[in-house]
Design a protein around this ligand. Structure first.
Ligand SMILES: Nc1ncnc2c1ncn2[C@@H]1O[C@H](COP(=O)(O)OP(=O)(O)OP(=O)(O)O)[C@@H](O)[C@H]1O
Ligand SMILES: [Mg+2]
Length: 496
């Protein structure tokens, strides 16, 4: 049962009758395909029958996250382990790798069926299918992660060692019943993921960023740095990216405030999107890029490419970590600096987190209107402070006043994204940067999200309220792009 995986479960490669072998991905490529070995056939039979799925999950206590997804019995894991070990002893993984996925699956199906009949395991066709699916995922894919990766409603997958897998669905973090055979299998899968982008994760380099083939962003931190086994975090790539209309439908922003954002995007304001971890910054940035004209040349710089611009003239750049010798690193700053020599009209920086802030501000200041970026901060004011400290820490010995003037001259709008306590993501502020007074940067809010209470399901209720400003600072800019009527109308409605 979930969370109580027995220590006596046969460890990988240690099943009676099976010789010790490394896990699937690392298995030697020497054994030719053959029928089930007699040693496997002679292995003591496992428990006579089992119920692989739908056992009642333990009732979670109030303080514990709820357990969901696929509840399996202890017996299931034991039987799977036995069959898996016999299978690994039997197949030639190198040959299997040559086959297309369908043929490989067929090959595995034949051998697994044979093992099941030799070992006299009692199970229904449906149970057998389930087991086969699981084993194919282990051998050919990302093992227990596969069913989670196949779901598009999951935002994040968080694996804290072999026995604890959390997911985020609809803004809520939940504990699942998915688990790995052991930490070695988990590490193996992490290695399989990162090796696809030519990287390595092991004890000597235990931290690694990577991307799945579908574009999902991956971070691995392994032992000895993570104490309870390898820790894998995946920000699932949403196949159908959210649009501003979707955000309106979800109540993340009101229709009229969304119109204000459209004008901001169209009239090429320089925008900074601020928010906490997972608050929806990248999603919002992607939404804002929808209002870039098709003729514009856009260059995006990201640590892991997540943005999906629809315009025809887009250059996508990605940073590179140093190699094992500590060489070859290309930082965000390198990319942003290089961008300036690529004749961009707009520069989009996935996340500003270091000295590249200076280069981005300079670009915004020097004819690259409509540039955008995201930044981790809990309020627009804090975002200003973070920009200042990133510039100072970048080693620029500029007086604070100059830095602030630079910020004011570059950033037009800050949009604040937040994940509220009910798990919903909202745009909580649209704020203008309007100038300096003495040494202080002056901002004014155009739209504020006001929480008004919560409904019977615990979901927060609120409204996007205007602050009464009808002529924002970027009015002239909107007029230049013939958008002043649209802006006036949207602000009128927001202010009602
Ligand atoms: N307004 C929204 N409503 C519902 N889901 C959203 C909304 N905005 C973002 N999401 C979902 O929330 C998850 C996190 O979003 P996103 O990647 O944009 O966050 P982020 O702030 O960029 O996170 P990080 O700080 O890790 O980069 C994604 O799965 C995304 O699809
Ligand atoms: Mg992001």
């Amino acid at each position: 049962m979930f969370g109580k995986r027995s220590q006596s479960e046969p460890a990988f490669g240690k099943t009676p009758g099976a010789t010790a072998r490394p896990p699937a991905a690392a298995a030697p490529a020497s054994v030719a395909a053959q029928s089930v070995p007699s040693s496997a056939a002679a292995a003591p039979p496992p428990p006579a029958s089992f119920q692989p799925s739908v056992q009642a999950a333990p009732q979670p206590s109030r303080s514990q996250p709820r357990a969901v997804v696929d509840t399996r019995s202890e017996d299931y894991y034991q039987i799977k382990s036995t069959i898996f070990n016999a299978l690994i002893d039997t197949i030639d993984l190198a040959q299997l790798a040559q086959l297309d996925p369908e043929s490989a699956r067929e090959e595995i199906r034949d051998i697994v069926n044979e093992i099941i009949s030799i070992k006299a395991v009692v199970m229904s066709i449906a149970e057998q299918e389930h087991l086969l699916q699981d084993i194919c995922n282990d051998v050919l894919g990302y093992g227990p992660l596969e069913p989670l990766l196949a779901r598009d409603d999951i935002a994040d997958i968080m694996v804290n060692g072999a026995n604890r897998v959390f997911i985020e669905v609809a803004g809520k973090v939940q504990l699942t019943n998915i688990r790995f055979r052991d930490n070695a299998q988990l590490m193996n899968i992490c290695q399989r993921i990162v090796s696809q982008v030519g990287r390595r994760v092991d004890e000597s380099s235990p931290i690694c960023d990577a991307r799945l083939l579908d574009g999902s962003r991956v971070n691995v931190i392994g032992p000895p740095l993570s104490l309870d086994g390898p820790t894998l975090t995946i920000r699932k790539f949403k196949k159908d990216k959210l649009t501003l209309d979707d955000l309106v439908k979800f109540g993340s922003i009101s229709p009229d405030a969304a119109r204000v954002l459209q004008v901001i995007g169209r009239c090429r304001c320089n925008v900074l999107i601020s928010g906490g971890t997972g608050s929806g910054k990248t999603t919002l940035l992607n939404c804002m890029t929808a209002y870039i004209d098709a003729e514009e040349r856009v260059i995006t710089c990201e640590d892991a490419a997540e943005l999906q611009l629809q315009q025809p003239h887009v250059v996508r750049l990605e940073t590179r970590p140093p190699n094992l010798e500590g060489q070859g690193q290309i930082t965000m700053r390198d990319l942003v600096k290089n961008c300036l020599r690529m004749r961009p009209e707009r520069i989009i920086v996935g996340e500003v987190r270091g000295p590249e802030a200076f280069d981005l501000l300079q670009a915004m200041n020097t004819g690259h209107d409509g540039s955008m970026g995201t930044l981790h901060a809990n309020s627009p004011r804090e975002a200003m402070g973070r920009l200042e400290s990133m510039i100072t820490m970048g080693g620029y010995a500029l007086p604070m006043r100059t830095i602030r003037e630079m910020i004011v001259g570059s950033i037009d709008i800050i949009i604040q994204a937040e994940r509220l306590r009910d798990g919903s993501r909202r745009i909580t502020k649209i704020t203008e940067v309007i100038g300096t007074e003495g040494e202080v940067v002056i901002t004014q809010d155009l739209v504020n999200y006001e929480v008004q209470g919560e409904d019977e399901t615990g979901r927060l209720k609120g409204r996007h309220a205007g602050t009464g400003i009808v002529r924002p600072n970027f009015w002239e800019r909107a007029r230049y792009y013939n958008l002043e009527k649209e802006l006036a109308d949207a602000l009128d409605k927001v202010n009602q």
